[in-house]
Design a binder for this molecule. Structure first.
Ligand code: K7E
Ligand code: CUA
Length: 653
């Protein structure tokens, strides 16, 4: 290349006019997002045992946000403020922690649409909705008659339903029975939650199934629309030493659920309404005060009484993941103990049902013949296949836990194209849109369980490692290129990603003060006040750069319960204020512009206690402080507050 031409090409590339063929760029160039530019994708990674959802930019791997979902979050007061406590209410009372596994973006016509992202909680079975205008958890529904919700929260292509299922079968309904009588008493449930209306999440129905462990799910699309598929293991029905006793059989099942058929049975009254109690928590847009609604029953479908609602597809061996190809034609099981990757054909399954090619029946559920439904077995793929995603070009990528790699292949031809290594012990993997009808492809993110020496040591606990690969070139002839190691929070099981251009324009900047329907809102400093109701004191407080009104409060006594209702009266983007008071046994509040949040405080000793803004909001942020005086319980002090330059305190009548 002539030097002058080289220079011209360099400037053209730098100006973004010409893009070099993808493999010509180094990994560093491919993940570098220069100042002034933004990432191309939002990626949402579950936090596993941290109960949260992390938001990263791709390809940079920058951590943008942590969204609290099932765990309290002292950073912004989620689960601590009076407005958010009810989000974590369950039939077992308030639970401050959860175990998140599978985020799933809402879809329209099988394509992620950026309205919401759902995520499940395994330990105390629940499903949450996160609104992607505000990146906040706005709704959580509890799942009754379940012992661990793992096969969740997978959506139908129209977001009509999201799934849930019992990972650990339990006595249903719960009762005191000998564990040894597992086979007699323990059952599973497959749950369909109506999810397309915010604020109205509802359990549409539960299907009562044999007491196996139901592990993962994905719903059909295109030709397989109307069906969802759930893996099961422990069809041995072991209740002890499962690592041996639940690994006896060569094949377990994928349960194919015809939810359209289930809807018919419901419409025809072929169900049993069962009494129970579970929480539905919702934080509406106007008051932004979370409330718990107690639901009192669910509809059970018994497969015997609704023939055609469930079929079992034999699948080798203790399958974990189940994934449906973008065209909706194939169902891939991740037989974690199998030597092959089984690929079932939806068309064959429908024919096998028509022709009654059954190999038996359990509790009214026909078992289809393996040969009749299997499209092919991908031979010698790897060790420990778990989860599969798709690039939208006819290729599947399956993570392999034991051999620590990803195998990629043509799923129609059942032909392996190659492997890429992972460091180490990969779990889920993610391609943007990779479980939808139209994957964006471009990147592959395997998420690993073990890190060892990938990062600087941080004591006994190391971050999980994600590894970003470039798959923008067709993997038929170009090997995925390794780009970046990404340190992750908690244990990301699954993840989703969506182009930034879909989400970013909808991202909300402020809450409009005029539309704030919190009953304790204070819209201007003139409206600030302190109100006593017996032993309850309500402080109606405003926050704006760089002061609180009021900033001196007297007349509070030991024995009072004080509610600081703080309204951030700013209307500018990116100006939150924080609020914390000395000795409060709770977290701080982080109040967004136009929002009201409430901190509850029970002072225990007389004294004068400072409160202050915890978020550096202006050059005079350090001055954003106040005092609250606490007098003995029997004090006869007037009740008063102050803000401003005058000497007088406002006396409250
Ligand atoms: Cu494989 Cu919970 Cu989906 Cu972890 S799960 S990896
Ligand atoms: Cu407000 Cu710092």
């Amino acid at each position: 290349m002539k030097p002058r031409f080289k220079l011209a090409l360099f400037s053209a590339v730098a100006a973004g006019l010409v893009s070099l063929p993808s493999q010509a760029q180094s990994p560093a160039e491919k993940v570098y997002v220069p100042h002034g530019k933004h990432d191309e994708f939002y990626a949402f990674l579950s936090g596993g045992y941290n109960g949260q959802l992390s938001v990263y930019g791709l390809p940079s791997g920058r951590l943008l946000k942590v969204i609290p979902v099932f765990s309290v979050f002292p950073m912004n007061g989620y689960g601590y403020s009076e407005e958010t406590k009810a989000m974590l209410m369950t039939s077992h009372g308030f639970i401050p922690w959860g175990d998140t596994h599978h985020p799933e973006l809402s879809q329209t016509n099988g394509v992620p649409d950026g309205r919401w992202i759902f995520i499940n909680e395994n330990n105390t079975p629940r499903v949450a909705r996160i609104d992607l205008k505000t990146f906040e958890t706005t709704e959580i529904i509890e799942i009754p008659f379940s012992g661990g919700n793992h096969a969740s929260a997978f959506t139908t292509p129209d977001t009509k339903y999201v799934t849930a299922a019992t990972r650990f079968s339990v006595p249903i309904p719960q009762k005191d029975v000998p564990i040894a009588e597992y086979k007699k008493y323990f059952k599973g449930t497959l749950t369909f939650i109506r999810a397309d209306k915010p604020g109205k999440m509802d359990i549409a129905f539960q299907i009562l199934v044999p007491g196996y462990d139901y592990d993962l799910a994905h719903c059909g699309k295109g030709p397989s629309y109307g069906w969802c598929f759930f893996t099961s293991y422990n069809t041995e029905q072991a209740h002890t030493l499962l690592e041996i006793n639940a690994s006896m059989k060569d094949k377990d099942y994928i349960a194919a659920v015809n939810w359209k058929r289930a809807e018919e049975c419901i419409a025809q009254g072929k169900y049993k309404e069962v009494k129970t109690k579970y929480a539905h928590n919702y934080r509406p847009e106007d008051t932004r005060i979370a409330r718990t609604e107690w639901k009192t029953s669910v509809k059970w479908i018994i497969p015997k009484e609704c023939p055609g609602v469930v079929y079992y597809l034999p699948t080798p061996k203790s399958p974990h993941g189940v994934d449906v190809t973008p065209d909706g034609k194939y169902i891939i099981g991740g037989g974690k103990l199998a030597t092959v990757i089984p690929i079932h054909s939806f068309e064959k399954m429908i024919n096998a049902i028509k022709n009654k090619q059954f190999a038996g029946e359990v509790e009214g559920i026909p078992i289809l013949k393996y040969e009749a439904v299997n499209h092919c077995e991908l031979p010698n793929p790897c060790l420990g296949p778990l989860h599969t995603e798709f690039d939208g070009r006819g290729h599947a990528f399956t993570s392999c836990f034991i051999s620590s790699d990803v195998v990629y292949y043509d799923y129609k031809k059942c032909k392996i194209l190659g492997h890429v290594p992972t460091y180490y012990s990969v779990g889920h993997l993610m391609i943007p849109g990779g479980d939808s009808a139209k994957p964006w492809g471009k990147y592959l993110l395997p998420m690993n369980k073990i890190t060892k020496d990938v990062f600087l040591p941080t004591g006994p606990e190391l971050p999980h490692a994600g590894q970003l690969y470039d798959i923008s070139a067709n993997v038929e002839n170009t090997k995925p290129q390794f780009l970046l190691d990404l340190a992750e929070l908690g244990e990301p099981h699954y993840a989703q990603a969506i182009p930034a251009k879909i989400l970013a324009p909808k991202s909300q900047k402020i809450f409009e003060l005029e539309k704030n329907k919190n009953p304790y809102v204070t819209r201007s400093e003139e409206e600030a006040k302190v109100v006593r109701k017996g032993n309850e004191v309500h402080v109606y407080m405003t926050a704006i750069r760089s002061h609180f009104v009021p900033d001196n409060i007297e007349g509070i006594k030991v024995g009072d319960t004080v509610y600081f209702h703080v309204t951030n009266i700013e209307q500018d983007w990116d100006i939150p204020h924080g609020f914390a008071v000395y000795g409060a046994k709770t977290s701080n509040l982080l109040i967004m512009p136009g929002e009201t949040l409430t901190l509850k405080w029970k002072p225990e000793k007389p004294g004068v206690y400072p409160y202050y803004c915890t978020d550096f909001c202006s050059a005079l942020h350090q001055e954003m402080q106040g005092y609250v005086r606490v007098s003995p319980a029997d004090a006869k002090l007037p009740f008063k507050f102050k803000y401003g330059t005058g000497d007088e305190m406002h006396i409250v009548k």
